[in-house]
Design a protein around this ligand. Sequence first.
Ligand code: A3P
Length: 345
Amino acid sequence: MLFKQQALLRQKLFVLGSLAIGSLLYLVARVGSLDRLQPICPIDGRFGPHGQDEIPLRALQFKRGLLHEFRKGNATKEQIRLHNLVQQLPKAIIIGVRKGGTRALLEMLNLHPAVVKASQEIHFFDNDENYAKGIEWYRKKMPFSYPHQITIEKSPAYFITEEVPERIYKMNSSIKLLIIVREPTTRAISDYTQVLEGKERKNKTYYKFEKLAIDPTTCEVNTKYKAVRTSIYTKHLERWLKYFPIEQFHIVDGDRLITEPLPELQLVEKFLNLPPRISQYNLYFNATRGFYCLRFNIVFNKCLAGSKGRIHPEVDPSVITKLRKFFHPFNQKFYQITGRTFNWP
Ligand code: A3P
């Protein structure tokens, strides 16, 4: 009899225990999915008494996670509305220079919780076909963001394309413009290396850099070669200055961004009137890559793609000297106009 009662009690305890564990599992699963699927509460209310500039970093990281979901296209229209998400025109554009470190700059700025990057180069202002599609087309290419955030896009071809300054001016005459530059000869060789790699991928042969950079008939620098022309920064900048005052530009040192990125990023934060949020924690040197990589949080970090940071071919030192001599006066003018001096030879 006693044995029977004990067995019954054990059975009851087992059923109750299973029910309790089941309910617990259900609750965990439900809360988890609610967290992901439902808007947690209106954004403004979440940040209490803090001003916009003082939004606690943890809350911003939460928002960033949520934005990631929206970018992946997992958001419903209702969620977008409830979170006040918008596709905003950029408040700042990295207009160039090609091979200056434009991708690294964009990705690093995107570490800032108040910055949202347009991942792709949009080529709206330099491509007539895209430009003809109108400003709404451009806006729709932008990522979703919270109203207090700023969107940044980069298309390095903007810097050298004739029509672009006027077109950007027509969109927003007070936009902030970022130009990242490298020592002009190194940049030209980097430019060449990218084209060379493209040719090799297609099993095509290509000229040596020396042959393109030096005019064989005069033995002078070939100013018709695009990689040379792009490195004459002052010529391009002068065109932009017909539309925008110099105060609207910020020059980033692309060579320093490679070796010591944080101070360069801090200058950009200041220029964009953003509270300083990018720290040394967000950047770590990866010896295998030979470059700084990005740390977003304890679990998520990334390095730039292998196409960034190519090994350059060796170039005849006399050609390098010739190019450096050629760029020298243009560099001086560039320092004078921008107020930023570099130790370029
Ligand atoms: P190289 O391939 O000549 O080394 P862009 O993004 O404008 O095309 O510029 C590419 C350049 O970004 C690379 O040129 C590389 O040197 C530079 N760069 C700067 N910071 C980098 C980083 N953290 N990781 C990889 N490349 C970086």
